[in-house]
Structures are given as structure tokens and as C-alpha cells.
Ligand binder design. Structure first.
Ligand SMILES: C[S@@+](CC[C@H](N)C(=O)[O-])C[C@H]1O[C@@H](n2cnc3c(N)ncnc32)[C@H](O)[C@@H]1O
Length: 211
């Protein structure tokens, strides 16, 4: 199968941002980020939410005192997120996408991030782009910066997904100068308030080297 374009991957979100937002809001940020929150740096510091969707987590983290950038390639989702009544005007929205994050990288090295969140996003990035994605993440992080990465394991017939495993991702993480500091694999959906076991999820906390 030829590699799908980003616009093919984004098409369901472009068509129904409100419907997907309703789906995502079945879990709160506290629930969705529960396994990551103990590993977050103390605010204030700069963070980036990549594949920020409707801004649920970027807004939540901005309220917790982080200076947040939300990266979202779907114009419909960016618009929807910024028009929500609970939108936080302190969140900076950027049109950009993995694997390269060129728009975000233009501001480096002046502005780097203490952490990057990718909550349920990497399954939309084809596997042969994962090396470049890890390099881009490493490039936008401060030394010792962290990545919070959740991986959805099962596909969804309505959306283009390319699930990946921790085992195949690990050498790519290491080649980019990152290391895994915490991993939880194969959690059922009930971890985030969902009532069913499928899809299952993996959670990784990555850390960039000190130099
Ligand atoms: C399942 S949603 C998750 C949204 C949000 N992170 C959350 O947890 O609610 C996947 C998000 O990834 C975005 N996305 C898809 N492909 C992407 C890419 N190549 N780079 C960055 N984001 C992408 C989609 O537009 C969508 O907002």
C-alpha cells in the first residue's frame, strides 16, 4: 500500500472535529495523563503538546502553570479548539506535524521545551517516519527534557493508524539521544475511565541526555 498523505490521515478530524472532541472528552486530562503526571517537571517551564487535538491537555497544563504550545496539523481541530468556551488564550497554537516539526524547530535553539506530550498520536505516523520523529523530538527538547508518549495498539476502521510496539520504537529512541526512563505496556482502556478493554495502550517516559 502506498504511504498515505497527511491530509488522508487527517481527513476524519477535518470532517468532524466536534464528534472527535466529544469522544476525547469522555476522559479528563487527569485520567488521560494519570501515569505521566508524577514524571512532569515542576512549573513554571515550557511544554509542547504535539497532536493537541481539541486542546484538552494543553489547556489543563496551562492552568497548572506551564507555558504551553499546542501543535496540531488539522486546521479544523485548531479552529475548534480555539473557539471552545474553555479555551485558554495563554496556549500558543502552531500548525505543524510529525515527523519533522519544521515550524516548531524554526524557533530552536532560542526556545526549547522542558517536555513534549504525544498523547495517542504516534499511531498516525507511518513506521518509517519514526526515526525522523524521534530526532525532531530530541531537537526541540532542553537537555534532560522529557517526552510523554502514549501508544494506542489497536487500529480504528474509521481512521488511518499504524500501531507500533515499544520493541520496534526502542532503537529509534536511542539513536535520537533519548532513553526510556519509565514504561508501562498493554494497559486496557479502563485505565482512563473507558469501560472496555480495547484498545490497549503503552506509556513511555523518555528523557534526553544532559548535553
Ligand atoms: C487520537 S487524536 C489525540 C488528540 C489528543 N492528543 C488527545 O489525547 O486527546 C490524534 C491527534 O494527532 C493529530 N495528528 C495526526 N497526525 C499527526 C502528525 N503527523 N503530527 C502531529 N499530529 C498529528 C491529529 O490531528 C489528532 O489531533
Amino acid at each position: 500500500m502506498p504511504k498515505p498523505s497527511l491530509s488522508q490521515i487527517l481527513a476524519p478530524y477535518e470532517a468532524d472535529p466536534e464528534g472527535y472532541s466529544r469522544l476525547w472528552r469522555q476522559a479528563t486530562s487527569e485520567e488521560a495523563l494519570r501515569l505521566f503526571l508524577p514524571f512532569f517537571p515542576l512549573p513554571p517551564c515550557r511544554g509542547v503538546d504535539i497532536g493537541a487535538g481539541d486542546g484538552r491537555d494543553a489547556t489543563f497544563l496551562a492552568h497548572r502553570g506551564y507555558t504551553m504550545t499546542a501543535v496540531e496539523p488539522s486546521a479544523a481541530l485548531r479552529r475548534f479548539a480555539q473557539q471552545r468556551p474553555d479555551a485558554n488564550s495563554a496556549v500558543t497554537w502552531v500548525d505543524d506535524a510529525l515527523p519533522d516539526l519544521w515550524n516548531v524547530r524554526r524557533s530552536v535553539p532560542e526556545a526549547r521545551f522542558r517536555f513534549a506530550l504525544l498523547s495517542s498520536v504516534l499511531m498516525h505516523v507511518p513506521e518509517d517516519d519514526h526515526d525522523s520523529a524521534m530526532v525532531a523530538l530530541s531537537a526541540i527538547l532542553e537537555p534532560c527534557g522529557r517526552v510523554f508518549l502514549s501508544l494506542r495498539q489497536q487500529t480504528d476502521p474509521a481512521r488511518l493508524m499504524f500501531p507500533t510496539t515499544v520493541a520496534t520504537l526502542t532503537p529509534k529512541i536511542q539513536r535520537a539521544g533519548l532513553r526510556i526512563v519509565h514504561a508501562v505496556e498493554n494497559l486496557p482502556s479502563s485505565w482512563r475511565g473507558g469501560s472496555v478493554g480495547v484498545p490497549t495502550w503503552d506509556f513511555l517516559v523518555l528523557e534526553k541526555g544532559a548535553l
